[in-house]
Design a protein around this ligand. Structure first.
Ligand SMILES: Nc1ncnc2c1ncn2[C@@H]1O[C@H](COP(=O)(O)OP(=O)(O)OP(=O)(O)O)[C@@H](O)[C@H]1O
Length: 291
């Protein structure tokens, strides 16, 4: 299989935090959302993939090449936004930054850069240091897009960005994905972003991958059911994640199978409600009361 990112046994430690050991494979043509609470290690992971942080252990292949051995060739093909990458050059104007960044990439597209700055209402004459937080995020995004990368690595690309620009970014990212060979790995806290863009979700918890799953599949599996009654033996059923009384409700992560069984046992299902993504994530991060 063709992977855009392949990580094996990655470990990165700080004084009070350890990322990994972690294995991750990202198929080409997919959008992977990295989700997890503040401090779970999303930025550390993305920055380590980009070699902005040195891992203690492990190997990272990006677009089929070892990032350590082929850093320049690999980075030519990646668009990265996040991690305060341009703070060191903050005395430059946006146009000045673009000129600098443009020299790093053979595929730099000045016309596309200009079009994007207009689309996002960015004042190209403004010093980067003077740009608002949201504008800085938009500049990072535009610079990442303007050299037509194959892989986008984005760290909360729309955080602090106004709603209209957020929507435009999502549209631009969807368009970016229309070429089947493109891939996005993005850290996000926004449900809207996950809903509109992501194929897979990788859930990080305290530096470890807690789960990785297909977004549509998981949303079909998790539900809350209101029942007329629940026989005792369901208390120990691993498909039943949580039980509540008055009225009798259960949360399941195996809706189809459980519905079938309840019907066979002639237990009346009064209502079925699919869970929102944030509810599902909360359940996954908590141990099941039936496990
Ligand atoms: N340079 C550093 N030195 C020491 N500790 C660090 C450093 N950078 C990050 N950390 C710690 O590593 C942990 C993970 O941080 P990281 O920024 O990767 O989390 P995150 O999942 O991206 O969080 P958020 O959602 O808030 O952006 C945190 O405990 C953080 O304090």
């Amino acid at each position: 299989m063709n992977f855009a990112v392949e990580i094996q046994s990655l470990v990165k430690t700080y004084n009070n935090f350890k990322l990994g050991p972690l294995d991750l494979k990202v198929e080409k043509g997919m959008v992977i959302g990295l989700l997890g609470s503040n401090g779970s290690g999303k930025s550390t992971l993305l920055q380590t993939i980009m070699k902005l942080r040195n891992p203690d252990n492990g190997s990272i292949q990006v677009l089929g090449m070892d990032i350590n051995q082929h850093e320049v060739q690999v980075k030519e093909r990646i668009g990265f936004a996040g991690g305060g990458l341009y703070e060191a050059f903050k005395q430059l104007t946006v146009d000045g930054l673009a000129e600098l960044v443009g020299h790093w990439y053979r595929n730099w597209d000045q016309q596309y850069y200009t079009l994007l700055t207009e689309r996002y209402h960015i004042n190209r004459k403004e010093k980067f240091a003077h740009c608002s937080m949201g504008t800085k995020k938009k500049v990072e995004f535009v610079l990442a897009m303007a050299h037509h990368p194959e892989l986008l690595i984005l760290d909360e690309p729309t955080a602090s960005v106004d709603l209209i620009s957020q929507q435009r970014m999502r549209e631009d990212l969807s368009q970016f994905m229309e070429d089947g060979d493109h891939t996005i790995v993005m850290a996000t806290h926004l449900q809207e972003e996950v809903k509109q863009l992501c194929d897979y979700i990788c859930l990080l918890d305290n530096g470890e991958i807690k789960d990785m799953f297909e977004k549509d599949e998981i949303q079909n599996r998790w539900a809350r059911l209101w029942l007329s009654d629940l026989p005792d033996h369901f208390q120990d059923d691993i498909r039943v994640w949580q039980i509540e009384e008055s009225p009798t409700q259960i949360v399941t992560n195996q809706l189809v199978e459980l519905e079938k069984e309840l019907q066979q046992q002639q237990i009346e299902i009064n209502q079925v409600k699919r869970l929102e993504l944030h509810e599902i994530l909360e359940y996954i991060l908590q141990p099941s009361s039936n496990s």
